[in-house]
Design a protein around this ligand. Structure first.
Ligand SMILES: O=P(O)(O)OC[C@H]1O[C@H](OP(=O)(O)OP(=O)(O)O)[C@H](O)[C@@H]1O
Ligand SMILES: Nc1ncnc2[nH]cnc12
Length: 200
């Protein structure tokens, strides 16, 4: 599908076929979801899908995880009419921060941080990231938000893989993702049938 067009019938997750397969090998994530953000209808539908379970929830703030979670999180925040908090990879914030170590799908040890002057007990936060693979990144963000006394209302990502960490998140937090049931096994096998027809 051309990156700028969309189908007449916009069934749930139609935009997932816009995601590009990895052609650069194991040092990279297995696909690139960010291509779907180039299509305005795809981005709008993705945001609506992520928000759909949360319509009756009070959300004070959307927090997005560095880096691609900023794009999706800010889109979610704007759609909701709420503010956006950046959860950053360590080393960029020039203000007082809380830090959290974690490891992710690369197996590397990393640190993320959040400023201290926004979250407080009672703040109800929707956490957004592009993707959840091992769940290490999202779990660290949850720990940061909760360590400051704020409440995680839920977790939203384009996909949540059925890894141990992904399942832990689904079992312990309200969540949303964009993967129709029949595609989840392809996500878990890290290969989408849409890759067969993918051309840019
Ligand atoms: O569930 P995990 O195994 O922890 O992996 C998920 C994280 O990895 C990806 O980001 P990445 O660190 O590749 O950075 P990016 O957002 O800059 O692409 C993704 O967007 C999540 O943030
Ligand atoms: N953006 C992404 N796409 C696919 N798998 C991932 N694992 C972590 N981030 C990912």
């Amino acid at each position: 599908m051309d990156v700028f067009t969309g189908p007449a019938d916009r069934h749930k997750g139609w935009y997932l076929s816009l995601m590009a397969p990895n052609i650069k090998g194991p040092a990279f994530a297995w696909l690139d979801p960010s291509r779907l953000y180039c299509n305005s209808q795809a981005l709008a539908d993705c945001v609506q899908d992520l928000l759909s379970p949360f319509h009756d929830d009070t959300i004070d703030l959307v927090a997005g995880i560095d880096a691609m979670g900023f794009i999706l999180g800010a889109s979610v925040a704007t759609t909701l009419g709420k503010g956006f908090l950046a959860v950053r990879k360590a080393g960029h914030l020039c203000v007082a921060t809380q830090t959290q170590n974690y490891s992710d799908y690369t197996g590397r040890e990393k640190t993320m941080e959040v400023r201290l002057d926004v979250l407080r007990p009672g703040t109800r936060v929707l956490l957004v990231d592009q993707w959840i693979e091992t769940g290490g990144t999202m779990k660290a963000a949850i720990q940061l938000v909760e360590s400051l006394g704020a409440t995680v209302v839920g977790v939203a990502a384009v996909a949540i893989e059925n890894t141990e960490g992904g399942k832990w998140i689904k079992e312990n937090y309200k969540f949303s993702h964009c993967i129709p049931k029949q595609l989840q096994s392809q996500i878990d096998k890290k290969y989408l049938e849409s890759f067969n027809d993918f051309n840019n």
